[in-house]
Design a protein around this ligand. Structure first.
Ligand code: BMA
Length: 378
């Protein structure tokens, strides 16, 4: 009886030891990930328990009414600090263009990335790549595009050529000691939408998974890039099943995330909060179960037409969830050729600026100085 109890105890302890080992195994999926990449990965896990980093797309390159002013960002104009996460997009790199689809020059982008890294910020990159089958934009949803670039497909070689260009760009991101700068790479984002050629209305789950596996394997094994963390990103989603339908596997993803925006009247506040909280609950449950990082990779309310959006909408929407970061989209300002203003962060004089300062001073919200103090690359 005692022997039985002992062996049961032994089984239970070894099981829980094994369990906690599994829980503690916080390593990127790339077994050759660089030292700094492993460090940022672990530190993001640690930090996500109590803090959320604030991010902004293209923050250092331009803002509402300005472009390429060294040291400036709209966020810094308000709170005297840059964001903790710097988002960039490399769309058009595949065309050998000197600038991306939003006219940020790639050489300057590299400088901004190095600058952000030196200040201890997190770097994330998305890729609005053009349609390799039709020659159209990322928004050209010609059917069969994904299939055409998979191994054996007529555009496979072209796609590899594009990936080679991505690899050259990524390889050029180096820190002061020549170390590669870790990047949270978020390819094929918003894959559950219906607006990009890799979205769910124009490829099957199997095709999408194959594309993901081919791409990540090619970059890590063929091109030997070991400073990328792979971010799986869906658009608005309504169930766990929807989120998981195209998930390529636990050994191919470092972080799970989704994008979701507020639209319409500011009375839509409650709806946005409850939908976001529902999604964050699903997301964080998946992340926990799979031992992955989680993020709210893109959000915002275009033009921020709500004076208290930051503390009365965004904060209540994300409060309490162990996510690494929340990022708002770019401050393009006036879209050329239209009367439309396109921005998601405040700038001096913008109606939500005062509330943004309140958001900034909340304990668990990190901007540049707090992330710098954490030395996440060490
Ligand atoms: C969209 C808009 C576009 C932009 C694209 C890629 O959401 O901001 O103006 O070209 O993202 O950054």
């Amino acid at each position: 009886m005692l022997r039985k109890l002992n062996s049961r105890l032994l089984f239970m302890t070894s099981f829980s030891l094994f369990g906690s080992m599994l829980l503690r195994a916080q390593e990127p999926v790339d077994p050759h990930a660089t030292k700094e990449t492993r460090a940022v990965y672990k530190n993001l896990f640690r930090l996500s328990k109590s803090t959320v980093l604030f991010g902004h797309q293209d923050a250092l390159a331009y803002g509402v009414g300005w472009k390429d002013v060294p040291g400036k960002s709209d966020i810094k104009e308000i709170v005297r600090e840059h964001p903790a996460v710097n988002g960039w997009d490399i769309g058009l790199i595949e065309m050998d263009s000197a600038s991306n689809l939003d006219k940020v020059s790639f050489s300057k982008m590299k400088e901004y990335i190095r600058e952000g890294y030196r200040r201890g910020a997190v770097i994330t990159i998305s890729w609005h790549l053009r349609n390799p089958l039709s020659g159209g934009s990322a928004w050209d949803t010609t059917k069969g595009t994904v299939a055409s670039i998979l191994p054996g497909g007529p555009k496979h070689e072209l796609y590899k050529n594009w990936l080679n260009k991505v690899a050259v760009f990524m390889q050029d991101l180096k820190g002061p000691d020549g170390e590669p700068i870790p990047v949270l790479f978020r390819p094929f984002h918003e894959l559950t939408g219906n607006w990009f050629w890799w979205c769910k209305n124009v490829c099957t789950p199997e095709e999408f998974k194959k594309l993901w596996v081919f791409t990540t394997d090619y970059l890590s094994k063929e091109k030997k890039l070991h400073h990328l963390l792979y971010v799986f990103n869906v658009a608005d989603f309504n169930s766990r099943e929807e989120f998981m339908e195209r998930y390529p596997g636990d050994n191919k993803v470092d972080m799970v995330s989704f994008d979701s925006y507020q639209f319409g009247e500011k009375t839509g506040r409650d709806k946005f909060i409850s939908k976001t909280r529902f999604r964050l609950e699903q997301l964080c449950a998946i992340a926990k179960e799979k031992n992955k990082l989680a993020a709210f990779a893109e959000t915002g309310y275009e033009g921020v037409p709500d004076q208290e959006w930051w503390t009365k909408t965004l904060l209540p929407a994300i409060k309490g969830f162990p996510i690494s970061y929340v990022l708002v989209w770019r401050n393009a300002g006036l879209i050329p050729g239209s009367q439309k203003m396109h921005y998601y962060a405040p700038y001096p004089g913008q109606e939500s600026a005062a509330d943004f300062e309140k958001f900034f001073s909340r304990k668990g919200i990190f901007f540049e100085k707090k992330i710098q103090a954490e030395k996440i690359y060490n």
